[in-house]
Write a protein of this length. Structure first.
Length: 489
């Protein structure tokens, strides 16, 4: 998972991209980069680390130009997945894999990508054998860049670049790439383009802002919260399979390159996206309120059957807080924040090794023992993936003297790997894989584990009634193994 952004049509382009990347930091903490272009050529800064550590104070002055793209990186093709990498290429999380990527032919192209290609290995091999392109990175984003550049060069030849050529180049990417991709591309001397995979698995929005000089500037970003912050008031989703181009002359072109039913990732609403954002007409905050309300039904049944008797609803910070509040309101059981987050420890889920994750959990949350002792505690989390955090928290709360500990997940059991950019590519790492609910309870050490049902999840991810937006049919492949792409691993 990553965050992408592009701005065109203002001398503030790099500053806005920098601010946007700060807002998208939760989408990737491994690395960050910005690329701009002006009459002197490309300018870029990229490095490993968080946004605030990568960019020095004078970055906006160095990164000159009216067009800029940026990226925050979360490595999903990790060392543990070496079988999918190309021999002889550099190890992951090293500088060559940090985006934006640049290519000098044709025109000069820069690219940022959020997503994951299922057929990355095959594409890499094809690009090596047929196109004689040696990979410089281990990133599937480089494969997209190569596919696009190759097709654009073929299309344009001696002609001046036009939107028709770009449509054909994007069509070529769609023909070969399988998986999730929300892409922003800068073409030197032309402008910015953005497109999404035919299923629209990962988010991307497009915004317009009227500048002080009366001209328009344009924005692409992974989350609508960036558009809101940067005053791009006219903000819409880039549709599944859609291409949007904005030129240096201020023109905007749009085309639906592929017609398929969109299958947005449910995990964006459950966990990944920031609560201020809105996608497919579904505000993330509102979805999380409904996730809490919906799971209350199952909990009520458990209480009525005398299987549980919670005294307190306790959120696992931060993501689950919204759902835990609505759950508490729905059940009339007090809500208490008795797991105190150390805000300087990064999210454990996003760290790339089990060892790092386990250590981070211990540092990350401190319990308020006096509030926990002698009570039946209902912990609420957004999801249970590997179970590392959940298991440690249950043990922690027990060690504080809790009488019983129940664990509620606002997502259904995650039993199958994700091939589209969320970092659980191996089924064996998942606590719910091949385990019954009772076995999961035992493995976690909980008195009861309660999961959201799939139907209740889907009903929580629907547009607000009256918004005029279409019903959302999310990707649920990690829950039901129904992978929406043609090629399955
Ligand atoms: S498999 Fe799960 S995490 Fe991956 S895109 Fe689909 S819903 Fe999202």
């Amino acid at each position: 998972m990553c965050g992408v952004i592009g701005v065109l049509g203002t001398s503030q382009a790099s500053l806005r991209v920098l601010q946007g990347l700060q807002l998208l930091q939760h989408r990737g903490q491994d690395a960050a980069g910005i690329l701009t272009h002006d009459e002197d050529g490309f300018h870029f800064i990229r490095n490993l680390g968080l946004v605030e550590s990568v960019f020095p104070k004078d970055s906006p002055e160095v990164l000159k130009g009216q067009v800029a793209i940026g990226h925050v990186r979360y490595a999903t093709v990790s060392k543990a997945k070496a079988e999918r990498s190309i021999p002889g290429t550099p190890p992951l999380s090293e500088l060559p894999n940090v985006q934006p990527f640049i290519m000098n032919f044709p025109y000069g192209i820069g690219l940022v990508h959020n997503g994951n290609l299922e057929n990355f290995k095959e594409l890499g091999a094809r690009l090596q054998s047929k196109s004689r392109r040696h990979p410089l990175t281990r990133s599937d984003s480089e494969a997209i860049l190569n596919l696009f550049a190759e097709a654009l060069a073929e299309q344009t030849k001696a002609e001046t670049i036009s939107f028709r050529h770009i449509c054909e180049a994007v069509r070529a990417v769609h023909r070969e790439a399988v998986g999730s991709y929300s892409v922003v591309i800068m073409i030197a001397g032309y402008g910015l383009i953005a497109f999404r995979d035919p299923l629209g698995l990962r988010p991307l929005v497009f915004g317009k802002r009227r500048e002080a000089d009366g001209k328009n500037s344009y924005l692409f970003a992974s989350e609508s919260t960036v558009a809101q912050f940067l005053d791009y008031t006219e903000c819409v989703d880039v549709g599944a399979g859609e291409l949007i181009a904005t030129t240096l002359a201020g023109e905007v072109f749009r085309a639906r390159i592929v017609e398929e039913k969109s299958r947005p990732c449910m995990f964006e609403w459950v966990y990944f996206a920031s609560p201020q954002t809105e996608w497919e007409g579904v505000p993330v905050y509102n979805a999380r309120i409904h996730l809490g309300r919906n799971v209350a039904r199952k909990i009520r049944e458990e209480i009525s059957a005398g299987r549980i008797q919670p005294d307190l609803i306790v959120p696992v910070p931060e993501t689950a807080r919204i759902a835990a509040i609505s759950l508490s309101e729905e059940l009339g059981i007090p809500y208490r924040e008795v797991l105190i987050k150390n805000r300087y420890i990064s999210r454990t889920f996003i760290l790339d090794t089990q060892d790092k994750r386990e250590k981070a959990v211990q540092l990350k949350l401190s319990p308020v023992e006096s509030e926990i002792r002698g009570k039946r505690i209902m912990l609420v989390d957004d999801s249970i993936v590997r179970g590392t955090t959940s298991k440690k928290l249950i043990a922690l709360v027990r060690a504080c003297g809790a009488k019983e500990v129940y664990f509620v997940s606002t997502a259904p059991p995650i039993r199958y790997p994700c091939h589209y950019g969320i970092d659980f590519p191996n089924a064996n790492e998942l606590i719910a894989h091949d385990r019954s609910d009772t076995e999961i309870e035992k493995a976690l050490g909980a008195d009861r584990v309660i999961y959201q049902s799939v139907d209740d999840l889907v009903s929580a991810l629907q547009p607000i009634p009256g918004s005029g937006r279409k019903e959302v049919t999310p990707c649920l492949a990690c829950l039901n193994r129904e992978y929406p792409t043609a090629q399955k691993l």
